[in-house]
Ligand binder design. Structure first.
Ligand code: SF4
Length: 436
C-alpha cells in the first residue's frame, strides 16, 4: 500500500489530507503539496484507525504527551488513566515510553484506550528484551531490533522515535569536544552509545537506515528521527555533538522522504531562550523544512517543580519560530515519574505555550479569539469569557470558588472594578466603532 508521501507525490489527495485541510481551514491541494515536499506529516498506521492530526508547515502547533512505566513504578492501569487524561486535556498525540513490566501489554492497552496517534521509542524495549534474554543489553542483536520495530508497527504505533543519527562519527565529536555539563539525557541514545562502544560497531539504525524506512513505510508510520545527543543543560546547547547529530538527522529526513516515508526531526532539550530561533532555523534549513518536534525546549535549568511552565515558555518561543510539534513537560520533570494530575497540568500548560507561539506565527488565524475574549472581559460578560478561554472549567472553578457580591464584577477589585468604572465613563465611545 502506498504511503501518504507516495500518494501526495503522485497527485492523490487522500481522506486524511482532506480532513487536515478542513480542520486547519486550508486547501486540500496545499496539504497534499506539503506532504509531497516533506513539510507536513500525518501520524497514522494502516492497522489502527486513529484521530487525524497534521504536523508541519502552516498548521497549528501540536502538543504531544508522553507516558509510560519506569523500572521503579509499573502500574499499567495508571498508565492507561494517564493516557486518557492526556487525551481529555487536549493532547494531539501521545508517546508510550514504558521501560518497566510487560512492555507489549502496556503498549497494547494504551493503544486500545485512546484514539490519539500513539508514538514510541523502539530502542527501549529492544534493550530491555536483550537484557532479559541474554543478561546484557549490549548483546542486543540486529534481528531482534528490527523484528521488534515490526512488532510495534504491527500493533498500531503511528510515529516512532528512532535513533538513526547517532553514529560513530557523532560519538567522535562528543569525545573530541569533552564531556558536557548535562551529560547525555536520552535513555535510548545513551544505551545505543554503550552498545556501539562495547561492540565496536556502527549503529544498525544508521547502517541499515533503508531497512528501518521499509518497515515503517509498510504501515505508513512517521519516522521521527530521535535526538540521542540532545542538550540536557542550557550550557550544552549547540555543542558540536548535538549539531552533528542534527545535521545527520536532517540528511536522513531527506533520504527517507525520497524513499517515500513520512519523516520528522526531533530537537532538544535544554536551549537558552536567545538560542531557540537559531535552533529552529538550523533544522528547517538543513532538512528542507521537515516537521520539527521540540522537547519544549527547557530554557533554564533551575525551574525544578515548575519545569512545565519553563518548557511552556520555551514552547511559545519555539512555536513562534516554526516548531511544529511540542512535547509537553510535566511538573515532575527531572524529579519523578509523572502521575495523572501532572499529565493533565503538563498538557494544558504546553497547549498554552503552543497557542501563544501560534498567535505570533499565525496572527490572522488567532487574533479573533483573543479579541473576543478581550471584549467579553471589558463587558464583564462572564459566560463569554468562559466560552473563549482555553480552559473554561478552570476559569469557572476559580471564579465560583470566590463569588462576588455584585455578579457583574469579581472579588479581585469588587466595588473598585476598573472595567465597570471605565465602561460607565467611556462606554459611549464604542457606539458605531468596530470595537463594539
Ligand atoms: S473586579 Fe477587577 S479583576 Fe475583576 S473584572 Fe473588575 S477590573 Fe477585572
Amino acid at each position: 500500500m502506498a504511503t501518504q508521501v507516495e500518494l501526495a507525490v503522485s497527485g492523490v489527495i487522500t481522506d486524511a489530507m482532506k480532513e487536515i485541510a478542513t480542520r486547519e481551514e486550508l486547501e486540500p491541494a496545499l496539504i497534499r503539496q506539503r506532504i509531497a515536499e516533506g513539510q507536513i506529516v500525518v501520524p497514522l498506521n494502516t492497522r489502527r484507525p486513529c484521530s487525524i492530526v497534521g504536523i508541519g508547515t502552516g498548521l497549528r502547533t501540536k502538543v504531544n504527551a508522553s507516558i509510560g512505566t519506569s523500572t521503579d513504578i509499573v502500574d499499567i492501569d495508571a498508565e492507561v488513566r494517564k493516557a486518557r487524561a492526556a487525551e481529555a486535556a487536549g493532547a494531539d498525540t501521545l508517546m508510550e515510553l514504558s521501560v518497566g513490566g510487560d512492555l507489549d501489554k502496556v503498549r497494547r492497552e494504551v493503544l486500545a484506550a485512546v484514539s490519539l496517534p500513539v508514538g514510541n521509542v523502539p530502542l527501549y524495549q529492544a534493550f530491555c528484551e536483550a537484557a532479559h534474554r541474554y543478561g546484557d543489553p549490549n548483546k542486543l542483536d540486529e534481528e531482534l531490533l528490527f523484528d521488534l520495530i515490526e512488532r510495534q508497527c504491527a500493533d498500531g504505533i503511528s510515529f516512532m522515535a528512532v535513533h538513526c543519527g547517532i553514529n560513530l562519527y557523532t560519538i567522535e565529536r562528543l569525545e573530541r569536544q569533552g564531556y558536557r555539563y548535562g551529560g547525555l539525557v536520552s535513555k535510548g541514545g545513551t544505551s545505543m552509545v554503550a552498545w556501539m562502544q562495547k561492540n565496536k560497531r556502527e549503529n544498525p539504525l544508521y547502517a541499515r537506515f533503508d531497512r528501518v524506512v521499509e518497515i515503517l513505510k509498510k504501515y505508513d508510520v512517521v519516522l521521527s528521527l530521535g535526538n540521542g545527543l540532545r542538550s540536557g543543560a542550557i550550557g550544552d546547547s549547540f555543542d558540536r555533538a548535538m549539531v552533528q547529530e542534527l545535521l545527520i538527522n536532517c540528511e536522513l529526513a531527506e533520504i527517507g522522504r525520497k524513499m517515500g516515508c513520512q519523516m520528522m526531526v526531533e530537537g532538544p532539550g535544554h536551549v537558552p531562550v536567545d538560542e531557540i530561533e537559531a535552533n529552529i532555523i538550523l533544522e528547517k534549513k538543513m532538512s528542507n523544512n521537515a516537521p520539527y518536534y521540540m522537547l519544549g525546549p527547557i530554557p533554564t535549568d533551575v525551574g525544578a517543580g515548575y519545569d512545565h511552565v519553563v518548557a511552556a515558555i520555551g514552547a511559545a518561543s519555539s512555536a513562534r519560530y516554526g516548531a511544529d510539534l511540542i512535547c509537553y513537560i510535566t511538573p515532575a520533570e527531572h524529579l519523578a515519574l509523572p502521575n495523572e494530575e501532572d499529565v493533565t497540568e503538563g498538557v494544558r500548560v504546553a497547549r498554552l505555550g503552543a497557542y501563544i507561539g501560534d498567535t505570533a506565527k499565525y496572527p490572522e488565524r488567532t487574533r479573533a479569539r483573543d479579541l473576543a475574549m478581550s471584549k467579553a472581559r471589558r463587558d464583564m460578560d462572564w459566560e463569554g469569557q468562559f466560552k473563549h478561554a482555553l480552559f473554561p472549567d478552570k476559569a469557572r472553578e476559580i471564579r465560583d470558588s470566590r463569588a462576588p457580591r455584585d455578579t457583574k464584577v469579581c472579588t479581585m477589585c469588587g466595588d473598585f472594578c476598573a472595567n465597570k468604572g471605565s465602561s460607565d465613563l467611556f462606554g459611549h465611545l464604542l457606539a458605531g466603532t468596530c470595537k463594539e
